[in-house]
Design a protein around this ligand. Structure first.
Ligand SMILES: [Cu+2]
Length: 117
């Protein structure tokens, strides 16, 4: 029963994170990924806002993972397009994001944080 409720909750949260693509986000934030940083690496957003992250790589394949939000998506290598992903924070606090595709010696350092106010 608890498992079922968790699944329903996860579905409801996910549906908030991915509204129809024709819906305009409240804010679009561009992020560049390169070995071994995200730029910007500290992002401040408002609670409840629909954020669309547009993430491009300046070099190789990277990943964009927000563990607390269940987001993990591939960032294509430079010249092969961009990642567009939506995020809504319903709580104030900090959400860590990190690279999720092994990209070299500094991969584990490749991270940042979203501060929700
Ligand atoms: Cu990496």
């Amino acid at each position: 029963m608890v498992v079922l409720m968790r699944l329903i909750l996860a579905f409801l949260l996910a549906s908030l994170v991915t509204p129809g693509q024709e819906t305009k986000p409240d804010r679009t934030i561009n992020i560049t990924a390169e070995r071994f940083t995200f730029n910007p690496s500290r992002i401040t957003v408002k609670r409840g806002q629909v954020i669309e992250f547009v993430v491009t790589s300046d070099d190789t394949d990277h990943g964009f993972k927000i563990p607390a939000a269940g987001i993990d998506a591939a960032i294509p290598q430079s010249g092969k397009g961009e990642l567009r992903i939506r995020f809504v924070a319903n709580e104030k606090g900090k959400f860590v994001f990190e690279c999720s595709r092994p990209c070299g010696a500094g991969h584990n350092l490749m991270r940042g944080e979203i501060v929700v106010k």
